[in-house]
Design a protein around this ligand. Structure first.
Ligand SMILES: [Zn+2]
Length: 507
């Protein structure tokens, strides 16, 4: 009997099925969570609801009483339903409610008598900020931008590297929210000069670290909150997006007993993720791995991590000096940005340690010249460096709504020129509920990996130009970021437009 009923229940793919706002309003979030159901659409006087167990008559009765209409069950897995609830029942309406004007007059006067710190502590701002952060974590956002404008307070999330408007709050929310952020981040509330700070909190049972910057803009203090989810495990190298060829080349560099490996790219290019993945895959029992970072972004099992703290006297340079006394085999230095750190790191690499670090440079060859600029001698540099990696992030085509379609002419041309292949159609996302209509879901990196050969060492020593070194590296088989990106467009991981947009092309 039950079998017959089940076999008749249509199955629904929640990643692609549209969800009607009106249907959501018929079933409150608490009920949806309790019974693990999600309302989909109202059609022909009935509410279609996805359920993990469509044969559960009592749940259907509860829903029918709530919605005051007939309920047609559809089958979906409970995991899919849960993530669909997370995606669709937004808390934004609730956030806005926190700032609705309350009673005026006497209450407002009392409000003014309190000290600012008191008012903020009791506030709606406390709850509103908690909600903004927890929504951001839920939507995989990396940053929250809080920006006062002429008529409203704009809040935007950066998701998969792209800013998205999230909620617009009344301007009255601005002061309390910024004050709350400043209190949490141990900043001076009254000081309007640029400040930075950080705080940690538990969101959905995970420890989240938030780095805060505030600065004065035309309409008042704006703030950017960067979210670092410490409970996220570090990736394994293959998960970073390295294709098999470059991956093999990079892994053999990592097996060097000593020397220096540099990662380069602008902020947000994912180089920290690759650095972590590099030490994550090492054998920690036989190799003593120590890091000095600013900040510690992920906690790594079996690895000693030290955090830069300039007020406490720990800088990259002093941290690195201390580490060298702890008998390390592998040292990860978050970033080389001054001459002193560059010099100690190079010395360490020349005296039997494998040093991994990142530098701000556009590409692999640029990183070598960056170290020369920081005062490392060409002789030391050419002896120390084993290899250099440069990278950028590109968005991945959403797997739920991908289809083949014609790429814009400019992107076609770039692709054809690089791979020598006439092709007009590529994988693109149409936009669906799973990707919030963007056609993209998640990101991956494109890489350029330079292994420093004897010939490249010689070129460095003899003062060759960047162009000469780049040409030699290409001859030796280096795949540029541009080409790596186009290879990823070829297999539909990303689109040629994403590569054109994100990879700065040299020459
Ligand atoms: Zn999609």
């Amino acid at each position: 009997m039950v079998m017959t009923f089940r076999s008749k229940t249509p199955q629904v793919d929640l990643n692609t099925h549209p969800i009607q706002q009106g249907a959501l309003q018929l079933v409150p979030e608490s009920i949806a969570r309790k019974y693990i159901v999600i309302p989909l659409v109202v059609a022909d006087g009935a509410l279609k609801v996805a359920m993990a167990d469509p044969g559960d008559i009592s749940t259907i009765q509860v829903l029918e009483a709530r919605a005051r209409m007939r309920v047609e069950p559809m089958l979906a897995s409970s995991a899919d339903i849960r993530s669909c609830i997370d995606r669709n029942y937004k808390k934004y309406a609730e956030i806005e409610q926190q700032f609705e004007p309350v009673e005026s007059g006497a209450a407002a006067v009392r409000e003014q008598e309190k000290s600012l710190a008191e008012a903020v502590a009791e506030a709606p701002a406390v709850r509103a900020l908690d909600m903004l952060i927890s929504e951001a974590v839920k939507h995989r956002a990396s940053d929250i931008h809080i920006e006062p404008q002429e008529d409203a307070l704009r809040v935007r999330y950066r998701i998969d590297g792209v800013l998205q408007d999230t909620v617009s709050l009344p301007l009255s929310a601005h002061g309390p929210l910024i004050s709350r952020i400043k209190i949490l981040a141990s900043m001076n509330i009254a000081d309007h000069r640029p400040q930075d700070g950080q705080f940690s909190l538990i969101v959905q049972n995970r420890e989240v670290n938030i780095r805060v910057v505030t600065i004065q803009s035309m309409y008042g203090q704006m703030s950017v909150l960067r979210i670092l989810d410490k409970s996220f495990g570090a990736l394994e190298l293959p998960e970073t997006g390295m294709l098999p060829g470059p991956l093999g080349k990079y892994q053999s560099m990592l097996r060097s007993p000593f020397g220096m490996i540099l990662l380069s790219g602008p902020t947000g290019s994912g180089k920290t993720t690759t650095l972590y993945a590099s030490v994550n895959g090492m054998d920690h029992k036989t190799r003593n791995v120590i890091t000095v970072e600013d900040p510690v972004e992920y906690r790594l099992r079996g690895i000693n991590q030290i955090e830069v703290n300039p007020k406490g006297g720990v800088t990259f340079a002093t941290g690195l000096r201390t580490i060298l006394r702890l008998d390390p085999d592998v040292i990860l230095v978050g970033e080389i940005r001054d001459g002193e750190t560059a010099e100690i790191a190079t010395q360490a690499a020349l005296t039997g340690h494998l040093v991994l670090s990142s530098v701000h440079a556009n590409d692999t060859v640029g990183s070598l010249f960056r170290l020369l600029d920081l005062g490392v001698g060409a002789f030391y540099l050419s002896s120390a460096v084993v290899g250099v990696v440069a990278q950028r992030m590109v968005r991945k085509v959403c797997p739920h709504c991908r289809h083949f379609t014609q790429a814009p002419a400019e992107a076609q041309l770039a692709y054809n020129k690089e791979l020598g292949e006439d092709r007009t159609e590529f994988s693109y996302g149409k936009g669906c509920p799973a990707c919030a209509g963007t056609g993209f879901l998640g990101r991956t990196a494109v890489f350029e990996i330079l292994a420093v050969s004897e010939e490249i060492r010689r070129l460095l020593l003899t003062g060759a130009s960047a162009a000469q070194i780049r040409a030699r590296a290409r001859e030796e088989g280096m795949v540029s970021m541009w080409r790596d990106g186009m290879l990823k467009a070829k297999t539909g991981i990303t689109t040629p437009c994403e590569v054109v947009r994100n990879v700065y092309c040299i020459e």
